[in-house]
Structures are given as C-alpha cells and as structure tokens.
Design a protein around this ligand. Structure first.
Ligand SMILES: [Zn+2]
Length: 460
C-alpha cells in the first residue's frame, strides 16, 4: 500500500518536474558541420613510396654512423596523445577526429576499426582536425603536434605551402618522422611551414616533445594532423583497437578513449555571424565580448562528436545571476564537428553589466562572459576611473570634465539602450541637457579613440 502511494506520488511529481523545465526549444539561426579537412587520402602512392625510401635510406646511414641501434627491440611502442593546446587557447577544447585508418583494402570499400565508416578509401592514418576556427588556431600557433612516443628523427620535410584548401592541389607536405626503438615509425604530416622542430636527422625525441604546429600542407583542405604508423617493413598499423581491427597491434594507444566523445569545444559570443572558410584570410570568427545596450548577442556553440538526439541547454544570466534567457537545442544528427548559432536579444529591462552565457551538454557546463552596456577595454583605464559625470542624479544638465576625458562623440540612450540623440563633442559644451526627458534611467555613451565608455545616469 505504502509502495503504491509512493509510486502514484512519483507519477504525479514527474510531469510537474518536466513542466518546470520551461526553456523552449529554439532552432539555430544557422550553423552546420565543420568544414571537411581531408576528403580523400592525405598522401598519394608516389609520395608514400618516396617517403618510405627516404626513411629506409636514412636509417641505414644513421646506423652506419652509430646514431641508431643496429637491431630493433621487441614491439613496445605505446602512444600518448599527439596534440597539445597552448594555455592561451581561448576555447575549452580544440580538435575532432575526421578519419581513421581504412582497414578494408578493397577499392571503394571502407571500414574503420570500430566497423564503422569514419575513414576514406585507402586512408592509412588518423586525421585530427583543429576545431573551431582552425585558421585562427593556426595563426596563433594554438595547437602543437607533439611526439606520441620516443624515438629518432629519421626524416623531415619542410618549406612547403601550408594553407592548402584544395585536397588535390599541393602535394608536398611538411612532416616529421619518428622511428621508435622497435622499428615502427610514426608519420606526423600536414605541419606548418618553417614551424617544425629544428632537431636534425638522427636526433632523439622524448614522448611529448614538440614537433610542429597543426596546419594544412600537402593534400589537405583544412588544418589537421595526419598521424600514420608504419611497421619496420612499411606495413600500415592502426593503433586503434576494436571489433574490426583484425591485425595484431604492434603499436597501441596508452589511453585510446571512446569512439565518440561528445564535447563542447567552445562557446563564444559574436557581433556578426561567424564565417568558417578556407584559407585563414577567409575565415571570420567575429568574436565579440562587449555589446552596446540593445545590441543582439550572437551565441555560437562548437562541438566535436555531437550526437543524434542529444540536447544542449543554453542560458543567459544577468550580473546578479538571474536567468534572463534560456532555450534548448535537439541535435538532429551526429557529426565529427558541428556548430550552431542563435541571435538573442536581451529583455528590454536588462541592465548594463557582465552577463554570462552558459551551455550544458552531456554533463559539461561551459560559460562565456560578455559585457553588456558597460562597453570597451577602457573601462579599466585610469582615464575611465577618474571620469565623473556631475551631478548624477540630475534634473537638467549633466557635466563631464573635458580635460580628463577626450571623447569625439556623446550619445544619450534610454534605459533600454535605445538611442535618443547624439552629437559631436568638439567645440561643443561639456554637458548634455536632459531637461525635456522623462524621469528615469539613461545611459551616456562616449566614443573615444580607444573605444567607447558607457555610464548610467539618473534623471530626477
Ligand atoms: Zn590523413
């Protein structure tokens, strides 16, 4: 009896709980999948043969010079993660995986280690793409390629164009090749031109040591690392282990990780729709972290492995922590990399201050802070700190000290951020007259060479 009462109570309680989640579903204004970085094989057969011949020849020379051991050890190579993000990276995460090794040798038949199709016909490596804004990451050297295992540099290629957007275009890539003690070799390809390690042929590298930066040299349509593992006899090794990886792994991951890792790579605010394009000069992140009152906030969310039928919850919080906006997004597909954006207008009652946009996805909560109404980096400057509007509150005129603050323009906005009037300040009095305006909250916005500064004023 007691048990069934509890059961009924639960039934009654659950719908109530569901209805309190009152954030609406809002379809994105746009977005889609991350640009494809490698629509086909990253190396031609001829390139691969040339590279293998060079490595084999270099190993013979290095052994003759006593710079490499004469015998290989038993298979021992265990790989650690081959990428490292700079602490300066302004994102929560920075990569996705677009293609594994194609384990089916038949022409036009593909299969990855997990019996799926996340590969390209004849692909002999794994492709890790930087995401989002791969060209912004490239320009800032945000993602380094690091040695996944210790070994000897047995070949290196540099000096080749690294902003390729055309898979068939530039065929020479920049790459570092590390041969491990067991004779297996890791190929790190598509690296940034003149950005690779300056260690010479035959030098040893430790696991985790810097090799280069992620770029788009060679057969590539966007920045990514192609990591290919070769056996001592130049057979392809897939270091991933799974139901469809039939071969004995001479090389494996220390920590392979799941096939899919649903992750928010970044949550950003923008003042214009971000553009993902190729090469760097055509990509426009349009990041913005300061908005004038009344300006729309473009919220962009960037994912790796966003999966079908998963939900992301979004909220915008006012400076005091109260929720001023919320919505959710239901994913209608599964993607290696994806992005979505929403154009949101804060309520008319929203006051100036630091707001926070928050996204919750698969147990991760990521936030991004933006300034609303209190615009510009000069807010912290000495000029801004010394800047006073007097009297405030006022019943008519409000004054500023001209010699403290050089502004080219002053604007009066109402409490909702709507422009009432503006004028130049040069050769004009250092006050505005609010006499004719109704009582209430207003904002004065000053434009200077260093940015704009907005201050609250009260008309009595
Ligand atoms: Zn590749």
């Amino acid at each position: 009896m007691k048990l069934s009462l509890v059961f009924i109570a639960l039934l009654l309680w659950q719908p109530t709980f569901l209805f309190t989640q009152n954030a609406p579903e809002v379809l994105p204004d746009g977005g889609g999948v991350a640009p494809e970085v490698s629509p086909g094989r990253c190396l031609s057969d001829a390139d691969r043969a040339q590279i293998q011949a060079a490595i084999d020849a270099n190993i013979i020379s290095l052994r003759a010079e006593g710079k490499m051991p004469a015998e290989w050890t038993e298979a021992t190579t265990v790989l650690s993660w081959p990428l490292e993000a700079s602490p300066e990276l302004p994102f929560q995460n920075y990569y996705g995986i677009s293609g594994f090794v194609d384990l089916d040798n038949s022409f036009n038949v593909i299969q990855d280690y997990a019996c799926g199709f996340r590969t390209y016909d004849g692909h002999q490596g794994t492709d890790y793409f930087t995401w989002p804004f791969p060209w912004y990451q490239y320009e800032n050297n945000y993602v380094s390629v690091i040695a996944a295992a210790p070994g000897f540099i047995t070949y290196r290629q540099d000096g080749h164009y690294d902003k390729s957007c055309d898979w068939n275009g530039n065929q020479d890539w920049n790459a570092v090749y590390i041969t491990h003690a067991d004779g297996t070799t890791a190929w790190y390809g598509h690296l940034k031109q003149y950005g690779i390690t300056d260690k010479p042929l035959g030098a040893t590298v430790e696991a985790g040591e810097f090799l280069g930066y992620v770029a788009s040299s060679g057969r590539s349509s966007g920045p990514h690392l192609h990591l290919e593992i070769k056996s001592p006899s130049n057979g392809t090794i897939d270091p991933y282990f799974g139901d469809c990886d039939a071969q004995t792994n001479l090389v494996s991951w220390m920590d392979q990780g799941p096939l899919r890792e649903p992750t928010i790579n970044a949550l950003m605010t923008h003042d214009a729709i971000p553009v993902h394009s190729c090469p760097g000069s055509n990509e426009s992140p349009n990041f913005a972290f300061q908005f004038d009152l009344g300006d729309p906030i473009i919220v962009g969310a960037y994912f790796r492995d966003q999966l079908l039928a998963t939900i992301t919850d979004y909220r915008i919080l006012a400076p005091d922590g109260t929720e001023v906006d919320s919505w959710f997004h239901f994913s209608e597909g599964s993607y290696n990399g994806s992005w979505w954006y929403w154009t949101r207008n804060l309520p008319a009652s929203a006051e100036a201050g630091e707001y926070t946009v928050e996204a919750t996805y698969e147990g991760q909560v990521v936030t991004r802070v933006f300034a609303y109404g209190v615009v510009s980096g000069i807010d912290d400057s000495d000029l801004a700190k010394n800047f006073r509007l007097t009297p405030n509150p006022t019943s008519d005129r409000i004054y500023w000290e001209e010699d403290v603050f050089m502004a080219s323009k002053v604007a009066v906005l109402d409490g909702r951020g709507k422009l009432i009037f503006q004028r130049q300040t040069e050769n004009s009095p250092n006050f505005v007259d609010l006499t004719t305006l109704p009582k209430g909250l207003y904002f004065l916005r000053f434009e200077t060479e260093e940015g704009s500064l907005t201050r609250r004023v009260v008309k009595q």
